[in-house]
Design a protein around this ligand. Structure first.
Ligand code: DGL
Length: 269
């Protein structure tokens, strides 16, 4: 067994979106112990103001680290990561991996240099996202769509209600206005959860890019490095942690089981 065998990883998002990142992590690092946390009390993040989010994410992560004693945090939320990473990294001593829009690989892979960026209203408006475009995709035409409705549809999909195709088509329409578009960045962790529906609603085939595998590679690298090395410890049970007890969490139980999250807990934060 390697030192990564029972590393404890906290995967954090406003809602269920971070499960798309958890899936990639579980494929790459199946023996780690995972604590998946949703700040459902403050969901959604994509329409919240930046001052609120800076305070909220900091205090919720503090509570979650105290509770889980995690070795590493993955902020599996583009809306939060594009804003709070510098502050969080300054404050916490354990490694923090953020999920930010995969603009660099999109620019590298696009043959036409015409890219779509699909995120939350918060993410597409962030100076951080604009700086990523400037740095890695300055030779590309980038069209951004920020949709809070798509986040809600992904939440509903995990609770058993598939997204209506005509609504997905309407959200995607501005991206396909340029017939040269060949690549779309899924810049919200909720969106890979409904990728198949997006593919079916799109007017033609394009390359859809998300951050899951890159994050799994980064976490594997950090866990293998000396500074993150932990004494050997047996993994205990994974858990899904919610910041508010709401009735519709019951509807998520089956989906959570497919991510090996059999235990549901609440923490009032
Ligand atoms: N899953 C989050 C992201 O990656 C945001 C969803 C929300 O608006 O809360 O941006």
């Amino acid at each position: 067994m390697t030192n990564t065998a029972a590393a404890k990883i906290l995967v954090f998002d406003s809602g269920v979106g971070g499960l798309s990142i958890l899936q990639a992590l579980q494929q790459a690092l199946p023996t780690c112990e995972y604590h998946y946390a949703s700040d459902n009390r403050a969901f959604p993040y994509g329409t919240k103001n930046t001052g609120f989010l800076l305070e909220r994410v900091h205090s919720v992560l503090q509570g979650l680290i105290d509770k889980t004693q995690a070795d590493l945090i993955v902020v599996a939320c583009n809306t939060a990561s594009t804003l709070v990473l510098p502050r969080i990294r300054q404050h916490f001593t354990i490694p923090v991996v953020g999920v930010v829009p995969a603009i660099k690989p999109a620019a590298q892979q696009s043959a036409t240099a015409v890219i779509g960026l699909l995120g939350t209203p918060g993410t597409v408006a962030r100076p951080y996202t604009k700086a990523l475009i400037e740095e890695f995709a300055s030779g590309c035409e980038v069209t951004s769509v920020g949709s809070a409705e798509l986040v809600t549809m992904a939440e509903q999909a995990l609770r058993g209600t598939p997204p209506p195709r005509e609504k997905l088509s309407a959200i995607l329409k501005p991206l396909f206005a340029d017939s040269r578009l060949d690549t779309i960045v899924l810049a919200c962790t909720h969106f890979p959860l409904i990728k198949q529906h997006l593919i079916e609603a799109a007017p033609r085939a394009v390359n859809w890019i998300d951050s899951g595998e890159a994050i799994a590679r980064r976490v594997s690298f950090l866990l293998a490095s000396e500074s993150t090395r932990k004494p050997h410890r047996q993994a205990t049970e994974n858990s899904a942690i919610f910041t508010a007890d709401s009735a519709d969490i019951d509807l998520l139980a089956d989906a959570l089981k497919t991510f090996m999250l059999n235990r549901i807990e609440y923490i009032r934060l």
